[in-house]
Design a protein around this ligand. Structure first.
Ligand SMILES: [Zn+2]
Length: 274
């Protein structure tokens, strides 16, 4: 499932490839991925132009020139891909196809979940999933003090808070591994036992790891709108610990261990993350 860095890279590529393109026609092959009826969707989307694309949590938001917003959620294994006019989409694979005036096409493939929601002008904050998203961890107002106050009185495991989209938006089970390793925190650590030094390190780790993801990504299985893959596992030292069971910790050479925390798997260095 794409996380913040993957969506940032996808949005950047879509800004380059699709802004200014006018949607001539939309073909909906799987109506349940929409939050509107097909006629309402088409009435508000056909003839409109993409203004911009931006990441919000694990969602990709696109504003149209009528101020409606298209909110894409790729679920797991989803793809948004640009294709040339000569190509023909497979209606059993592509859930929705956008045809542009210049002949280009945007194919939307979902594998496990995936949504395209059309949101009325000015109503993004009222959307049941986008409106409840928490802090954007790369925004200027996400400071150490803010993180400290967010964690105040929280008694659960630190990993659970990092994955909670209402708390911080955009982190999932891929990038959280390196974040906890950088911060030298065990995923089961109780949040209210973090001292101010720990919070400072965690804040730095969140921003550092997400920026690394943007630099070397997209992450495993993810691609931008042209189908470009990232350097996952190829760029030496990236990732540091995520999905590297039995490989040495880059700091102390202890072998990385895999453990189950709640319903997710964690990868830890048992020496660095006590
Ligand atoms: Zn280590």
């Amino acid at each position: 499932m794409p996380e913040l860095p993957d969506i940032v890279l996808l949005a950047e590529s879509m800004n380059q490839a699709l802004v200014g393109k006018t949607i001539h026609q939309v073909q909906v092959n799987q109506p349940k991925v929409l939050n509107r009826t097909i006629p309402t969707f088409k009435n508000n989307v056909q003839g409109r132009t993409f203004q911009n694309f931006q990441q919000r949590g694990k969602w990709l938001l696109s504003r149209l020139d009528n101020d409606w917003t298209l909110a894409f959620n790729l679920g797991m294994g989803g793809e948004l891909r640009i294709h040339w006019s000569v190509e023909t989409p497979d209606p059993n694979r592509e859930r929705v196809v956008f045809y542009f005036n210049d002949g280009d096409q945007l194919w939307v493939h979902f594998w496990w979940f995936g949504h395209i929601h059309l949101i009325k002008p000015g109503k993004v904050q009222d959307h049941p999933q986008v409106g409840i998203l928490g802090e954007e961890p790369l925004c200027d107002d996400f400071t150490v003090n803010k993180l400290a106050s967010m964690l105040e009185g929280k008694r659960g495991r630190i990993k659970s808070y990092l994955l909670d989209q209402r708390f911080i938006a955009g982190i999932g089970n891929v990038y959280v591994q390196d974040i906890l390793w950088h911060a030298e925190l065990h995923p089961n650590r109780k949040s209210n036992t973090l001292r101010s030094d720990d919070i400072k390190k965690l804040h730095h780790a969140i921003q550092h790891v997400l920026k690394e993801g943007i630099r070397w990504g997209p992450g495993p299985g993810e691609q931008d709108v042209w189908g470009t893959r990232g350097q996952w596992g190829k760029q030496p030292g990236w990732p540091h610990i995520a999905y590297r069971t039995e490989k040495p910790c880059p700091t102390c050479q202890t072998l990385v261990e895999e453990l189950r925390v709640g319903s997710t798997t964690s990868y830890i260095c048992p020496k660095c993350q006590k």
